[in-house]
Design a protein around this ligand. Structure first.
Ligand code: AMP
Ligand code: GLY
Length: 428
């Protein structure tokens, strides 16, 4: 079957590489794709990931059999509904279900209603009431979140009252996140290791893939600004079998059932951002899609046919596809443009990659790259996700960091301590 993948980052590259292992996989198109994805798929850069009409037209024109919608914005905007309306089967939640990521107020209310463990919270649209609430509570740090999608930047951990008031005022009155910040959630600060779990679900069964650990801050020792993710390792040692069992019983299955009860059956990849507090898992956030850069370590450790699993998920037949987790570990080190996530330059030549944009022994997932005159150039904040597998976490890290040493571009920036918090030997 011919496939169209929507998106153009490292996550989409990882999805494409994995579906191409399937005997069912025919031609793969990717819109918009990127320079490195072009070695694995036919890229259609003229169609942006948020262009619903353009994506439907492209899918019909290329006569694809199946569409995979990977990023949050088109899912939340209803791209899967539009594909289905045009007679095209697609992987990903419909608009009604994608709200689980699209509105934090929705997801917090869902958790409260169904008794799913999460930080205590209140929702506000009025800044005076919100300020009164944080003052009355008087507990710091406190967490202020924009309701809607905000490119991972809509969460402020306020150290004191002044910071909380500033965050509330910025969002509700200063229009800092546009419509996404016209409603806010104020919640209790939780502390503990964070775990990302990506799970396939069709509303009937829930199949968690291996757990992962993201590294959201730009610099070593978790310093600097929040980013889309500077690296990942899998599995995450904080997700012990005991925590996994609690998470399945208290969070994963109840969330699937809750969405069904609400008439919003979720079919796709449900991403659980968890925090383990004293051995107990809590939900920090839901995402309605594969994580980036979690996917780059989770899919290489998945045993099974991803394409068949995705097609079955869309049909509500996921139980028919065998999926398990491979032994060993994976590590992904993101190489970013200097200055990311704020201001950075693009168009720098990337040296050290072969013709296909790869380095022997590892997989280089391309995020912000383009191909020009036979060269790979930087074209975004996060440029590459250099990913290696190994018998142990340190083996995987050795592979990834050795390959990073072979790749260079002007002002390349990466973290030197990926996996440190999971017991890895890199960093200090
Ligand atoms: P989110 O965009 O919801 O993933 O939040 C971004 C980051 O903020 C999370 O990965 C956590 O590190 C942090 N965070 C969010 N909510 C809380 C909370 N209630 N307590 C502590 N940290 C939080
Ligand atoms: N890496 C976190 C995310 O994809 O939202």
């Amino acid at each position: 079957m011919d496939i169209l993948v929507i998106g153009g980052g490292g996550r989409e590259h990882a999805i494409i590489r994995k579906i191409k292992e399937s005997p069912d996989c025919g031609a793969v198109y990717c819109a918009p794709g990127n320079g490195g994805i072009a070695a694995d798929a036919i890229c259609c850069p003229e169609v942006k990931a948020t262009d619903i009409d353009g994506a439907v037209r492209l899918a019909l024109e290329k006569k694809v059999d199946f569409v995979i919608v990977a990023p949050d914005d088109p899912l939340v905007a209803g791209m899967v509904d539009a594909m289905n309306a045009a007679g095209l089967p697609a992987f990903g939640p419909n608009k009604a279900a994608a709200i689980i990521e699209g509105s934090k107020a929705f997801s917090k209310d869902l958790m409260k209603k169904y008794g799913i463990p999460t930080a205590q919270y209140e929702v506000f649209t009025d800044s005076a009431q919100a300020i009164e609430y944080v003052r009355a509570r008087g507990e710091y740090p406190t967490v202020v979140k924009a309701d809607g999608l905000a490119l991972g930047k809509g969460v402020i951990i306020a150290k004191d009252e002044a910071e909380a008031v500033a965050a509330i005022t910025d969002m509700l009155e200063g229009n800092k996140f546009g419509a996404s910040g016209s409603r806010i959630v104020i919640e209790q600060f939780l502390e503990g290791p964070e775990v990302s779990v990506l799970a396939l679900t069709d509303g009937n069964v829930m199949v968690p893939l291996t757990s992962a650990m993201d590294h959201k801050r730009a610099c070593d020792h978790d310093e600097g600004l929040n980013t889309g993710g500077m690296g990942t390792i899998a599995p995450n040692p904080a997700f012990t079998p005991e925590v996994a069992q609690k998470a399945m019983q208290r969070i994963f299955l109840p969330t699937m059932e809750a969405m069904k009860q609400e008439g919003r059956t979720f079919r796709g990849c449900l991403f659980f951002g968890l925090m383990v507090v004293g051995g107990e898992p809590y939900v920090i956030e839901y995402n309605c899609r594969f994580g980036d850069p979690e996917t780059q370590v989770v899919l290489p450790l998945m045993e099974g046919d991803l394409l068949r699993a995705m097609v079955a998920t869309a049909k509500g037949e996921l139980a028919t596809v065998p999926i398990s987790i491979k032994p060993g570990s994976a590590a992904c080190v993101v190489m970013a443009s200097g200055g990311y996530p704020v201001k950075y330059e693009s168009g720098k030549e990337i040296c050290g990659l072969d013709e296909d944009g790869q380095v022997r022994g590892v997989t280089v997932y391309h995020a912000g790259t383009k191909r020009q005159d036979g060269k790979y150039l930087t074209a975004g904040g996060r440029v590459l996700g250099v990913t290696a597998l190994g018998d142990s976490l340190n083996d995987a890290l050795d592979g990834a960091y050795a390959a990073v040493q072979k790749i260079s571009f002007e002002k390349a920036h990466y973290r030197h301590d990926i996996g440190r918090k999971a017991g890895g030997k890199y960093g200090n």
